[in-house]
Design a protein around this ligand. Structure first.
Ligand code: GRF
Length: 218
């Protein structure tokens, strides 16, 4: 099977991007990152990409009339690289409807809570963990999901929990959850690249080895 072409969108430090790069370099994922795009020039993820000879682009929102035209510019870069899967790894801008339609069930996002808790509008960065600690939940975690038109509502691919202790702060919880993110994001991308994810309405079925063998023979 040829390697799947992946585009990664980021806005920040890019530790999740790094987890993907590491998994690919270790040969665990049958895919290659063809482009990393950031809406922030200062995003360290751009530097991470360049260090691994991956083309990295900063597209400035200010250079475009509105969100639609900005999204068109992002699509253009992705198309020019033949991208088949888009990974949002800490990307803070809203995707346009056309973007979501064009890459339906081919956009994956990572969110640092157990969706449907502490997600949606306004829940990003440390705010997610502050809300979880303040609420007093005993578990939180990370979710990888497909992206649809609303914020953090698309079909869930993988989730993993972490315990929240009384001593935890938003910062310590963020660190614990990041470790989980760095495991489940590459895992979800690997499953996608192997053609093992089947979306059925709101639910995602993970196709097992035997089914996959039969599927590839037909
Ligand atoms: C992660 O917590 C991710 O879940 C969220 O944004 C953060 C990005 O972190 N969507 P990094 O840039 O990958 O370090």
């Amino acid at each position: 099977m040829p390697q799947l072409k992946i585009g990664v969108l980021i806005s920040g430090s890019g530790t999740n991007l790094q987890s993907l790069i590491d998994s690919m370099e270790a040969g665990c994922i049958n895919g290659s990152i063809e482009a990393v795009i950031s809406d922030k020039s200062s995003a360290y993820g751009l530097e991470r990409a360049r260090q691994h000879n991956i083309d990295a682009f900063f597209l400035n929102h200010k250079d475009y009339e509105n969100n639609e035209s900005y999204n068109e510019a992002v699509i253009k870069v992705l198309e020019s690289r033949g991208v088949e899967l888009v990974v949002l790894a800490g990307y803070l801008k809203i995707l346009s409807r056309r973007f979501i339609e064009k890459y339906r069930n081919r956009i994956i996002n990572i969110h640092p809570s157990l969706i449907p808790s502490f997600c949606g509008k306004g829940y990003y960065g440390l705010k997610v963990h502050e809300a979880a600690v303040q609420y007093g939940v005993r578990v939180s975690g990370a979710t990888v999901h497909f992206v649809d038109e609303e914020a953090d509502t698309g079909p869930i691919i993988l989730q993993e929990t972490v315990e929240v202790n009384f001593e935890d702060t938003a910062e310590s919880l963020q660190q614990k959850i990041l470790k989980v993110e760095h495991r489940i994001l590459p895992q979800a991308v690997k499953l996608f690249c192997e053609g093992r994810l089947e979306v059925q309405g709101r639910r995602v079925r993970i196709i097992n080895n035997e089914e996959l063998r039969i599927k590839s023979e037909n």
